[in-house]
Design a protein. Structure first.
Length: 144
C-alpha cells in the first residue's frame, strides 16, 4: 500500500507544476507581444528621426534661399496667392494649413476683401515659392 503522505506530496507537486506552467505560458505570450510592440516603436522612432532630419535640412535650405521677411520687402498680392495655389493644385484648406490660417482667410485674401497682417505675410512668404512636391510633402508631414 502506498504511503498517503508520498501520494499527497506527488499530487501537490503535479498540480503546482501545472499551475506554474499555465502562468508561465500567459507571461511568455505577454512578453513576446511586448517585444513586438517595442520593435514597432523603434521602427517608428527611426522613421520619425529620419523625417525630422529631412525637415531640418529643408528648413536650412529655405532659410538660405528665403527672402527677407520684413514688410518692406514682401509684397502681397491676391492674384499671386491665387496663382500659386492653382499652380500647386491644392485646396484652400490645404493652402491654409501650410500658411497657418483658416481656409476662409485664404478665400478672403484671394478676393481682396481682407489683407494679411505682417505676421501672416511672413508666414505666406515662407511658402510662396514652394513647388508642388514640397508642398504635398509638408502637408503629409502635418497630417502624420
Amino acid at each position: 500500500m502506498p504511503n498517503v503522505a508520498t501520494v499527497l506530496k506527488e499530487e501537490i507537486t503535479r498540480l503546482a507544476r501545472k499551475e506554474a506552467k499555465a502562468e508561465a505560458a500567459s507571461s511568455k505570450k505577454a512578453i513576446s507581444q511586448h517585444r513586438r510592440d517595442i520593435a514597432e516603436l523603434k521602427r517608428q522612432v527611426r522613421s520619425l528621426t529620419k523625417d525630422i532630419g529631412s525637415l531640418e535640412r529643408q528648413q536650412k535650405r529655405s532659410e538660405k534661399a528665403a527672402p527677407r521677411t520684413d514688410k518692406a520687402t514682401i509684397r502681397f498680392s491676391p492674384s499671386r496667392l491665387k496663382s500659386h495655389r492653382d499652380r500647386l493644385e491644392i485646396s484652400a484648406a490645404d493652402y491654409a494649413a501650410l500658411v497657418g490660417v483658416s481656409p476662409l482667410t485664404i478665400y478672403n485674401w484671394e478676393k481682396g476683401e481682407t489683407k494679411p497682417r505682417q505676421k501672416q505675410v511672413a508666414a505666406w512668404a515662407k511658402i510662396k515659392d514652394l513647388g508642388k512636391r514640397e508642398a504635398w510633402k509638408r502637408l503629409e508631414m502635418m497630417e502624420g
